[in-house]
Design a protein around this ligand. Structure first.
Ligand code: SF4
Ligand code: SF4
Length: 351
């Protein structure tokens, strides 16, 4: 399972630069029974055919319907639809994913502008298969996350036509976050992860680097899956590499959280605080952005790990875990949601 649409949780790995205003707004959303994070698959189209892509897997949308079968939108309908969702959900953070969002680059330019005007943090997750318009570099609070799965030999084979050569051309004029999903293949040659970090750390376009670990569906047996002893070794290696490569923006506690993922979606703060909507702008992807039946016990999503690390943090002075406060807030939010739906049901309709 690729983590193409996974990487949008800014708070967890960049806690230092999150604005206090956004933390307060996010908490307010939870208490009001909304999720502070919204992820939208703005198109079902993608020119890539990555092995292990979760978006096109059977079960991604929870039933028999496949992503390629849903209706998606273009032009004004797409712009209005996406902005309508954002206004309805009032998130603190929006992630725009696909398919490949750049196939709708004209609409996307307009969407970015309208989200920016609303003061919402935006994450665009892309393969950089086509040039990223330079004017987008001026967008405030936009993080462009480019999925780069390993060094050229492995990446180009998996993600053609979004090859290294194209990516390096297409990101010119931008600051990006390369995001690598570590597969077993990348763990077989000593020094591989170091080489990857050395390459991307020295690119002037790299703002920071994220590393996830391949997350399978329950029962999946693909070779990409890291056995537990390998996962442990990778975590130990990354703990050392983050000292050498400061652009690797995965905190120590988040790396350690890869060894203790949530047991199931009901225990996953990331899944519970994020709403993911697919390309028909209607259907929800559950239980998390992976859809289907993900194997939480092998979750390698950097956003989830980051949030688990935040949840384990004890607030100075009172010693309470941030996760306990979040849990209590989620319960209040769920109560608020129920009260709202009862109120809506019982309100007499007038003509
Ligand atoms: S780039 Fe396209 S094919 Fe590859 S993982 Fe993302 S949606 Fe799937
Ligand atoms: S822990 Fe489970 S629900 Fe949460 S992101 Fe990972 S796979 Fe999804």
């Amino acid at each position: 399972m690729q983590v193409c649409s996974c990487l949008y949780f800014h708070l967890c790995s960049n806690l230092r630069i999150v604005k206090k205003r956004d933390v307060v707004r996010g908490w307010g959303s939870i208490l009001a029974g909304r999720t502070p994070f919204l992820s939208i698959e703005i198109t079902k189209e993608c020119p890539l055919t990555c092995p292990g892509c979760y978006a096109y897997n059977e079960g991604h949308l929870g039933g028999e319907t496949l992503l390629r079968q849903v209706s998606d939108y273009r032009g004004k309908e797409l712009v209005d639809g996406v902005i309508g969702l954002i206004d309805a959900h009032r998130p603190v953070h929006v992630s725009l994913v696909g398919g490949e969002p750049l196939v709708r680059f004209k609409e996307l330019g307009e969407i970015l502008h309208l989200i920016e005007k609303r003061g919402i943090y935006i994450q665009l997750v892309t393969s950089a298969v086509r040039p990223i318009p330079v004017e987008w570099a001026k967008t405030r609070d936009l993080d462009i996350v480019v999925s780069i799965d390993g060094l050229p030999a492995e990446h180009d084979m998996r993600r053609k036509p979004a090859t290294y050569e194209r990516i390096l051309q297409n990101i010119k004029g931008h600051l990006i976050t390369p995001h690598c999903t570590i597969t077993r293949q990348m763990t077989q040659r000593p020094g591989y992860l170091r080489e990857f970090l050395a390459f991307w750390s020295t690119q002037k376009e790299t703002r920071k680097i994220w590393m996830s670990i391949f997350t399978p569906q329950i029962g999946e047996t693909s070779y990409e899956i890291l056995p537990w002893d390998v996962r442990r070794r990778v975590v130990e290696e990354l703990l050392v590499l983050r000292e050498e490569f400061p652009k690797l923006a995965v905190p120590q506690k988040a790396l350690k959280a890869y060894l203790n993922p949530p047991s199931d979606p009901s225990r996953c703060i990331f899944a519970r605080t994020t709403t993911t909507i697919t390309a028909d702008l209607r259907r929800h992807v559950t239980p998390c952005q992976f859809g289907g039946n993900p194997d939480c016990s092998q979750c390698g999503c950097v956003a989830t790990a980051g949030l688990e690390a935040v949840a384990a943090y004890r607030l100075p002075g009172i010693g309470i875990r941030a996760g306990s406060i979040c849990e209590a807030s989620l319960k209040v939010g769920s109560l608020m949601r129920r009260l709202r739906s009862v109120a809506q049901r019982d309100t007499p309709r007038t003509r």
